[in-house]
Design a protein around this ligand. Structure first.
Ligand SMILES: Nc1nc2c(ncn2[C@@H]2O[C@H](COP(=O)(O)OP(=O)(O)OP(=O)(O)O)[C@@H](O)[C@H]2O)c(=O)[nH]1
Ligand SMILES: [Mg+2]
Length: 592
């Protein structure tokens, strides 16, 4: 006897047998039901006083029998990224009568069923009207819903309805949309969701998420700030909102859902299950960008380590899912977003090997940092003052370094791009300051609010090198709203690195593109100097300020050195004073 799914408790063996016999039913291909099957179903449903659902394939075979409504019926898992419909339709009963319910329709939509059909059960147990709905083609203009409900039919002429033709037409439409998409550049189309829990910078965070997605190579087709005071443990925003987003994705032909919040492993899985979309979070996006931009041995090791640490807890029981994502179509930069490895190496997702790889990477990085430490020691300090350029990502640090060091000639030029985290490897260039002489400027990796923990851990040694500088030049993008929240985010990370006491000069960059009033306010608030690194505005003033500060620091250091020297001399004097003779000490300490 084949398995009957759903709530079969309390059913008699004969009833179970009748249900199981439904598996032997065969429909003509391309039909929703036959009158005989409809009657068979309504009679059984009437007797059991429960809903019965059948899943039927295109050849007319019954794949599953469930004593359940459409939502709870036994269905195959959703195939993500498929261009077609599922190839099954759901036929079920409504023992209390009535048209298709919201649950029926969302089951149709979320599972991409060929159709959903409900047979009303009349009080005498005979079949009443049959209600059928199918999906509307993606991107349908003027269509209110994602589905089209057909006029009800009598169960006795249900065989006349040509479901096969309907499905063919719909699939052609879907294929056409896919062809149009293929002709367009190979970009992952993404929907962004930022949850607004009442933070002041929620809007900014959404914009930042957009920039991150863009930098990672996605095309953002829709973005939404979702206000939620309380989050649902599994789905965060709730199933209703997810269904709405799934509908958007269907019509806008998006495959990826990006959350501005970090998602737990179980959450990501649940959201993927409900939506059938690829789900990634902000951390994955940032890791991905780091992977794309990592150059040089150390940053590659750091990025891979951070990725593996992030993924490890998420791999539990998700092997199949991840390999499926990894195997999906690539984007321009090689590999789908959220799965890229540093350089050319694709991430190895075998969980058993992850621990080995993590300890290998840790050892390698350890060695790199030991070598670096040695280099640091041999480099005589204070010969040439070092200015470390720090700041939020995309503030214009690299551009400023280029204009300070006249490194505009191609090979020496530091990459400055309108992309987040363009610079990952610290780069040093020599410059010259009037009154000081040669100066070394160091360009560093950009900061970001809520820097993913795994990344800050992996990049800690690189970031700590900022502490070797004599002075920080903190560059702030003055042309974008929220300069002060970004400034504070950088200050917070500096504090985490215990570098909060380092002397700092603030430059408000992109003055050429800033609103003068806002800029003036930020200049005042942050005690900064307005500059434009790209246009070369205010750079003389900034250099003057750096020179002054370095002078004062040098004086301070000289004074401190003098103090130390005097101290040492005093101590030496004390040592040189004739020491008491042993006889004088005798008797002072009791012998034992
Ligand atoms: N309008 C304007 N744009 C600027 C200015 N300075 C830099 N930019 C632009 O800002 C973008 C980012 O510049 P980068 O120098 O790469 O910024 P960064 O701080 O090094 O960024 P990361 O290395 O990604 O952290 C580029 O598109 C620059 O052309 C400026 O003074 N005015
Ligand atoms: Mg840079």
């Amino acid at each position: 006897m084949e398995k009957v799914h759903g709530n079969t408790s309390g059913l008699r063996p004969a009833q179970l047998k009748s249900l199981s016999n439904l598996y032997r039913r065969r429909l003509a291909p391309g039909t929703v039901s036959s009158p005989e099957l409809a009657r068979n179903l309504t009679e059984l449903s009437h007797e059991l006083r429960r809903e019965i659902s059948l899943l039927i394939d295109r050849r007319g075979r019954v794949l599953s029998v469930s004593v359940a409504d459409a939502k709870a019926a036994e269905l195959p898992p959703i195939r993500r990224g498929e261009e077609r419909l599922s190839g099954f339709h759901l036929l079920h009963t409504h023992p209390k009568g009535g048209p298709l319910s919201k649950g029926d329709l969302s089951t149709l939509f979320l599972n991409r069923l060929d159709a959903v059909a409900a047979v009303e059960v009349r009080p005498d147990g005979l079949p009443g009207s049959v209600h059928v709905a199918h999906l509307t083609p993606p991107g349908t203009v003027g269509e209110e819903e994602d589905w089209r409900i057909l006029p009800p039919r009598s169960a006795y002429d249900i065989e006349d309805f040509d479901l096969g033709a309907q499905v063919r037409a719909l699939e052609e439409e879907i294929a056409r949309a896919a062809r149009v998409r293929e002709a367009q550049p190979d970009k992952e189309r993404a929907i962004l969701v930022q949850i607004d829990r009442g933070e002041v910078d929620a809007e900014e965070r959404l914009e930042e998420l957009r920039e991150l997605a863009r930098t990672a190579g996605a095309e953002v087709v829709y973005q939404e700030l979702v206000a939620r005071r309380h989050l649902k443990p599994g789905t965060l925003v709730g199933v209703g909102k997810l269904e709405e987003l799934t509908s958007r994705a269907y019509h806008l032909d998006a495959q990826t859902l990006v959350f501005g919040q970090e998602l737990g492993a179980a959450q990501a899985r649940e959201i993927e299950e409900v939506t059938g979309l690829k789900v990634i979070d902000r951390t994955q996006l940032i890791l991905d960008i780091f992977a794309l931009h990592a150059q040089g041995v150390e940053s590659r090791l750091q990025v891979e380590l951070a990725q593996l640490r992030y993924m490890k807890p998420r791999l539990l029981g998700a092997g199949a899912r991840l390999s499926r994502i990894g195997g999906s179509a690539g984007s321009a930069a090689g590999g789908a977003i959220g799965t890229r490895g540093p350089g050319e190496t694709k991430l190895e997702l075998d969980r058993r090997r992850i621990n080995d790889r993590i300890s290998f990477l840790e050892k390698q990085l350890e060695q790199v940092s030991v070598r670096r430490e040695e280099r640091r020691k041999t480099r005589s300090r204070n010969d040439v003052p070092v200015v470390s350029i720090v700041g939020y990502t995309n503030a214009g640090k690299s551009t400023l370094l280029n204009s300070f060091t006249h490194a505009a000639e191609e090979p020496r030029k530091v990459l400055a791009e309108n992309k987040l985290f363009a610079t990952l490897r610290p780069t040093s260039r020599q410059g010259y300051l009037e009154g000081v002489g040669p100066v070394i400027y160091t360009d560093t990796v950009g900061f970001i609010r809520d820097l993913p923990h795994d990344l800050s851990r992996a990049f800690r040694s690189t970031l700590e090198e900022i502490g070797d500088a004599d002075l920080l030049l903190h560059v702030v993008d003055g042309a974008q709203p929220g300069a002060d929240t970004r400034y504070e985010a950088v200050r917070r990370i500096l504090s985490d690195l215990e570098l909060q006491d380092m002397p700092e000069v603030v430059a408000l960059n992109k003055a050429d593109a800033a609103d003068p009033e806002t800029l003036a306010r930020e200049v005042e608030r942050l005690h900064g100097l307005p500059v434009s690194a790209a246009r070369g505005l205010g750079l003389d003033e900034l250099r003057g300020e750096l020179s002054d500060r370095l002078h004062r620091l040098a004086e301070l250091q000289a004074a401190q050195a003098e103090e130390q020297r005097l101290d040492a001399e005093r101590r030496k004097d004390e040592l040189n004073r004739p020491s008491p003779r042993p006889s004088e000490l005798a008797g002072q300490y009791p012998h034992d």
